[in-house]
Design a protein around this ligand. Sequence first.
Ligand code: ADP
Length: 491
Amino acid sequence: MSKSLKILFVSSEIEPFAKTGGLADVSSALPQMIKEHGHDIRVMMPRYGTISDRKFKLHDVIRLKELQLPIGNSIKVANVNSSFISNLKIKVQVYLLANKELYGRNGIYISATTLKEFPDNDERYIFFARGVLETLKRLGWQPDIIHCNDWQTGLIPAYMKTLYADDPFFIPIKTIFTIHNLHYQGNFPANSFSKTNLPPSLLSKLQVNNNSQYSFMKAGLEFADIITTVSPQYAKEICEDKETINGLHEVISKRKRKLFGILNGIDYNIWNPEIDPIISKRYNFDTIDSKFDNKLELIDKFNLKGEEPTPIIGIISRLVPEKGIDIILSALPELMKLKLRIVMLGTGKPEFTKLFSEAEKKYKGQFSFKAAFDPILAHMIEAGSDFYLMPSKYEPCGLNQMYSMRYGTIPIVRATGGLIDTVIDSSKSGGTGFTFTKYSSEELVITVERALKVCSQPSAWRKLIKNAMQKDYSWKTSANKYIALYNKALL
Ligand code: ADP
């Protein structure tokens, strides 16, 4: 085995502390797997108001006022809490940077009351980036690698290469920056740049959108020693497709040789129908008939009607355009003419919530929608559905299609990004699902019809389920790839 490394993994959301999407799942599972490989990895995130002291047994490792961090000309104080994430085998230390004024709110990036982004997200993540670096110094724990994730951590590599460049504590530390979604760039008005306290000459390097804004994501891309993204296909797409990347094309091309695509894995301690404590009846491929009990429970929970075994298509999604919500909406009238039912769970844009709530009334018993963020329902949908629909416009990796395969729930996806890397169309050998290329509701409907046909042929259907359930998307392989990159950065 290679030398044991010390790694700080920094993320704005980590399951089970705070989650809005796949980033939280990755930020929990990947560090645990890296630790299992024998490395000293710790993780750090902000201590949001939604995180319970009692539930997570938080205690201070750095007391209040011991950290004083600048935002522009003002100084704000912080303390650092400690907790753990753990599966049965291992425990990973979690540090949470606390400041009530900045993070003690009901929401992670968006206010739960107004449903609008917090107007001071620039300050919240400037403070976080400085807080991460100052925490390490204060604790005297010097990692080999700081692994940053998405725009919320993008300033860390920039600070390391500027304000902290001559600090002996930071000189040997290398940074990795992982893009989980290039569309969320953390762009703020150019006049907020002074709050970063970065050298003013840097502004021009970080500007986007005709220089009216600067970008935290761009800072990570410019200054990290190595850049990764969450699937090989998405790595390719962001290098090729100028549209996908909202003006970051230049910096991506410049750093192309330092960019690597590593497919996300999934945590089979959590997403596994054999041991899932949430679902009503556990199963594996040999006991696949028990999946039907989960289907009955789902039907009951979502008030579906129709005779059995009419197939159910599940959808669990953030309700944002890139998830293909518009083509789901326009395909709905045609889909509802087919012998199928749909259950949908999602939160996001209020206009989408409204349209799906109206559709639920219109197609009562056939289309059921819950506007909630509910992990229990998410597990029930994975276990109880026959298909899982994910017609994304673009998809850096996507986790739900991989969860679905393990639950024997056949994915129907648009062939883009990580969905290309993970789902094999049923027409090919080793098929695990159904894919379509053109982003349109017509293609979506045609593909669903094709899927229903296979579903009605018992032996072809069984084979598809077997292939899907046997796929191994555990973190083992991908964690090794990250470790190899950490070592590469240190060369
Ligand atoms: P993204 O990160 O772009 O939202 P992913 O497929 O990578 O998409 O990950 C989404 C994660 O968030 C999955 O774990 C999924 O189950 C979860 N999720 C999304 N919406 C909901 C919801 N409304 N309720 C519960 N879990 C959700």
